[in-house]
Design a protein around this ligand. Structure first.
Ligand code: GLP
Length: 251
């Protein structure tokens, strides 16, 4: 359980927006401002449904001349092992169509996991990409219904670098929403929680009533073996962005 002072400290780093649109506006502004101030840095962005409108807003901000999204480098957060660019719902497809292509990010400014390649080799290649750019400095994360960040599932390896993970039942069940079908996904590749924790700025966003129970468990200080996102709670650069529905009892 989290004591009162820790809870107050977390409250001070929590932003509750009135609705999802307002939430995405706030996260896009925070991300864009960070990019403007940190050219040449490495940014790690989550796929998933929650941040997609943020990416559309980033592209709009670039079109309005407020940010040059190619001034930073990108590392993809995670991928389903066995899925590639042609698979609807793969992280590569979602991020290419939702962000990298419309934002015009050159290929030499981004690296994402290839879910069709050998997963262990992909982890090593991603680690090399991250190391060569001085580590991840900013990350925008979502939270899974089981508390995962990326594919850092409950009980996933706690190690440096990227990891190959057996997906848990919740993640496999939820996966159908991305694919429009039930696919036999069993593993994922992901930047590890430890590598994410090295970032100076960590934005975690959650939206909708279905996320309220896991957000409440996170905010009550659930053990990290049960709620992997709880690893972020001690991070001084964490900012938790919620909409009203995900915030539950948070005022
Ligand atoms: C997915 C991804 C995560 C994502 C999270 C939440 O399975 N592995 O990177 O942030 O779960 O997804 P969503 O935003 O669709 O709820």
């Amino acid at each position: 359980m989290m004591d009162r002072s820790a809870r107050a400290a977390l409250d001070a780093r929590t932003v509750v927006a009135p609705d999802y649109d307002a939430l995405c506006d706030k996260v896009a502004a925070a991300t864009s401002d960070w990019i403007v101030r940190h050219p040449g840095s490495l940014v790690c962005l989550a796929a998933g449904d929650t941040p997609l409108p943020v990416y559309h807003r980033l592209v709009a901000r670039q079109q309005a001349g407020k940010v040059d999204l190619s001034s930073v480098f990108y590392a993809g957060l995670d991928e389903w092992v066995g899925l590639g660019r042609a698979d609807r719902g793969s992280c590569l497809q979602v991020m290419s169509d939702g962000f990298y292509v419309p934002a015009g990010i050159p290929l030499d400014r981004r690296r994402v996991f290839d879910g069709l390649a050998d997963p262990v080799a992909e982890c090593r290649a991603m680690d090399q990409w991250i190391r060569a750019r001085g580590g991840i400095r900013f990350t925008l994360l979502g939270i899974g219904l089981n508390g995962h960040i990326g594919f850092n599932e409950p009980g996933a390896p706690d190690q440096d670098g990227s990891i190959v993970v057996d997906l848990d039942d919740t993640t496999r069940a939820v996966s159908a929403k991305y694919f429009g079908a039930t696919l036999p996904v069993r593993q994922g590749v992901s930047v590890s929680a430890r590598s994410l924790l090295r970032a100076e700025t960590v934005l975690l966003m959650a939206s909708g009533a279905k996320k309220a129970p896991i957000v409440e468990r996170l905010r009550s200080g659930a053990p990290v073996r049960e709620v992997p996102a709880a690893r972020l709670l001690d991070h001084p650069g964490l900012r938790l962005f919620l909409d009203r529905d995900a915030a539950g009892s948070v005022s």
